[in-house]
Design a protein around this ligand. Sequence first.
Ligand code: ADP
Ligand code: MG
Length: 261
Amino acid sequence: MNERELLTIANLTKSYGNKEILKGVNLHVVQGEIIGYIGPNGAGKSTTIKIILGMEGDYGGEVRLFGENIRQDSVEYKRRIGYVPEIADVYDNLTGYEYLTFIGQLYGVDLDIAANKSQTLMELFGVGEAYHARISSYSKGMRQKLLIISSLLHNPDILFLDEPINGLDANSVMIFKEILAQLAAQGKTIFYSSHLMDVVEKISSRIILLHDGKVAADGTFEQLQAESAGGTLEAIFTQLTDFHDYREIGEQFVAVVQGGQ
Ligand code: ADP
Ligand code: MG
């Protein structure tokens, strides 16, 4: 094993009922990489992340994080992980301050430090004035910023981001991309799962395409371009997932919309 290898997934399988979602996923992630984990809706991206984080125990194969098999059930490794879930239950009745200091303390950060960091990070993200407001008053983008901040308060070594820019405006996305680049430059490892190709294409040092339960492509954007007909990541994605009938589906869709009147 490469000594800087942080995450190893070997022959990972997962089914829900009789539906096989992951059919033998293999991947190796080295420290400092920004992995873009892409795939169509329902491919199993979020499921993969939940398994790695210990939120889904019923799987086949092996996952090693920081060199340890996650089945060993040690919670210690979780302190080194940050996570932005795709769908989050944030406590609406708390204020930003209350929520962030609560999460920070769960991860072992002292209250004072968590409070100071939270306030400064909220200000940098342009939402400092909402720090003491209830989360129920936050917009979708403000909630997303709260989740991003809460995932970073304990300065984790690896960050799992599941559709992290949901609801963020263009300027906030630019700041966020810069944050990720800076974190990676500091040696942090980032696992970025999304179906939004343009951001993945720009930020990832390596792209992994999950399709039909397996890794269908794995390489830098340039490598994927060389292996396929080139073009944008979206074009490569469409080609590798063998998806061609979008015109026909679009036409039929509109025909149904217009029909029956
Ligand atoms: P992605 O994140 O790639 O869009 P998911 O990992 O969320 O995909 O889901 C993969 C598949 O597994 C989907 O078909 C989804 O409906 C199914 N699935 C996810 N979670 C559950 C669950 N808890 N119970 C049953 N099916 C699930
Ligand atoms: Mg998902």
